[in-house]
Design a protein around this ligand. Structure first.
Ligand code: HEC
Ligand code: HEC
Ligand code: HEC
Ligand code: HEC
Length: 377
């Protein structure tokens, strides 16, 4: 009898601890699809409040005149920002300093007063970063629209963005007697502390493996997705949901996670986001390997890379869609951006856009109040 009551007491303590990790009520829900389909976003007002204050855009600097001599003609070693007027160029240098190295100042990238010198690795990286930002804003409009990105989107005043990833050490483990557990059962925040493979990024945001779980034929017939692929897919989906601060149903109708016809337009946008992040890692960041000092490299010697959270940082649109790009012509990219022709996703996303274009009043008003709260002041 005594033992029983002790067990009961222990059980109560354990239950209290488990519940303490949950968000206390109230929660609000926003309907995002047709009634009865379970397409609902669950929000916790206190968390939304906290996220809103963390994701405010920086003050927009008044734009300098595009007239006058060009930076390329005045300075000695300008390779990517030469088309800006000297005023615009100087303004951008000040902004870049505030966004990336507010504590160190100009000397984070420049050696003393010799601004043309390229010997600091930070300046070489920053030049690549300018090119990457221009490329995102001009060639990936299908994802970033006119919101675009500036250095601030990812850096937020930090030298290295808060959300970067490295190749996990498990990939180097020699599979001995215990085998290689492929990063499973080693809880990591990026996969929501689930027992899923903790490095879906090397697989999907560097490598280009198929993100598939569901077989397309009833009987094993050819190369159907493996269990390993399924686990990595779920790990990656946990990251995407967390990075955007949304539930799975922001993109999927859980009746079928695979079916594009019943998915939301956001899933198609995410599809391009995956391709964009993969391309940025491979074309812009990985090739910086020789430039970075040892202390910036990961445990297996690779450079820090980006994922959805690097830009999104918990918001469904970075900085809740604030238009901070406007007014930074140096970062917008070429004057007439060659808009990338995007390959269609498996089933036409256009069809999805029109058939699901009916936002329920509840959804529209909730979205509007979120947007209003997030609007730049
Ligand atoms: C985050 C790195 C970074 C910071 C901080 C930075 N710059 Fe620069 N700066 C660059 C890069 C990259 C270039 C080369 C741009 C190009 O190639 O188009 C450059 C070029 C210049 C040039 C042109 C030099 C020449 O003759 O070629 C001047 C002048 C300059 N910066 C001034 C400043 C000033 C003043 C500050 C501080 C307010 C500053 N920069 C802060 C990265 C930085
Ligand atoms: C899409 C996200 C993103 C944007 C936009 C971005 N960066 Fe970065 N930046 C990164 C990541 C990720 C790293 C980590 C290292 C890397 O380059 O692989 C980094 C590293 C750097 C570093 C090296 C810092 C160090 O201490 O090692 C500098 C300098 C830098 N960025 C400058 C800039 C500037 C200037 C801009 C705007 C023109 C910019 N970045 C825009 C993601 C971004
Ligand atoms: C931001 C949008 C988004 C969110 C949120 C999201 N997914 Fe996905 N999901 C996608 C996209 C896009 C693909 C297809 C990727 C591709 O084909 O490259 C996908 C694919 C999948 C697949 C594979 C379907 C198949 O064809 O076999 C499963 C299963 C899945 N997601 C489950 C989930 C789960 C579970 C969650 C919540 C933890 C989730 N997703 C959250 C966008 C999303
Ligand atoms: C280079 C920065 C950057 C990266 C990396 C990035 N995004 Fe985005 N994403 C944006 C911007 C900016 C927008 C806002 C576009 C707009 O105004 O509609 C956006 C919008 C979206 C939207 C539309 C949200 C809505 O409600 O309309 C989805 C979904 C999305 N991103 C998913 C992803 C996923 C998933 C990843 C990772 C695979 C990712 N993004 C990586 C910058 C980025």
């Amino acid at each position: 009898m005594k033992l029983r009551s002790m067990r009961l007491a222990l059980g109560t303590v354990a239950a209290t601890l488990v519940l303490a990790a949950c968000e206390p009520p109230p929660v609000t829900t926003v309907q995002r699809g047709y009634r009865g389909t379970g397409m609902v976003e669950v929000y916790h007002p206190a968390s939304v409040e906290a996220e809103l204050s963390k994701n405010q855009p920086p003050q927009i600097t008044p734009t300098a005149s595009p007239d006058g001599p060009k930076a390329g003609a005045i300075y000695q070693n300008v390779k990517v920002l030469g088309d800006l007027s000297v005023g615009q160029f100087a303004g951008l240098m000040v902004d870049m300093t505030n966004w990336v190295a507010p504590e160190q100042g100009c000397t984070y990238c420049h050696v003393g007063a010799n601004f043309a010198d390229d010997s600091l690795y930070t300046k070489q990286v920053a030049r690549r970063m300018v090119q990457m930002t221009q490329h995102i804003n001009s060639d990936w409009k299908g994802h970033v629209q006119n919101t675009g990105v500036t250095c601030y989107t990812c850096h937020r005043g930090n030298n290295v963005p808060t959300n970067v990833w490295y190749k996990s050490t498990y990939r180097e483990d020699a599979p001995g007697m215990l085998g290689n557990k492929a990063g499973q059962n080693s809880p990591a925040s990026q996969v929501g502390y689930a027992s899923l493979p903790n490095d879906p990024f090397t697989t999907y945001l560097q490598g280009g493996e198929e993100i598939r779980v569901i077989a397309t034929t009833a009987l094993p017939d050819g190369p159907n997705p493996s269990i390993k692929q399924a686990e990595a897919t779920y790990g990656f989906m946990m990251h995407m949901s967390q990075a955007l601060g949304v539930n799975c149903t922001y993109c999927h109708n859980s009746r079928s996670f695979a079916a594009w016809e019943s998915s939301t337009p956001q899933r198609a946008i995410a599809y391009y986001g995956i391709r964009m992040a993969r391309e940025l890692n491979n074309d812009y960041l990985i090739s910086l390997a020789g430039v970075f000092p040892q202390n910036r490299l990961g445990p297996t010697g690779d450079v820090p890379k980006l994922n959805c959270a690097t830009c999104h940082q918990g918001a469904y649109k970075p900085l809740y869609g604030a238009d901070i790009l406007h007014g930074y012509p140096g970062l917008a990219g070429p004057a007439a951006p060659p808009t990338r022709v995007l390959e269609p996703v498996p089933a036409s996303p256009q069809a999805i856009t029109t058939s699901q274009a009916d936002p329920s009043p509840a959804r529209a008003s909730a979205a509007m109040s979120l947007q209003a709260a997030a609007a730049p002041r």
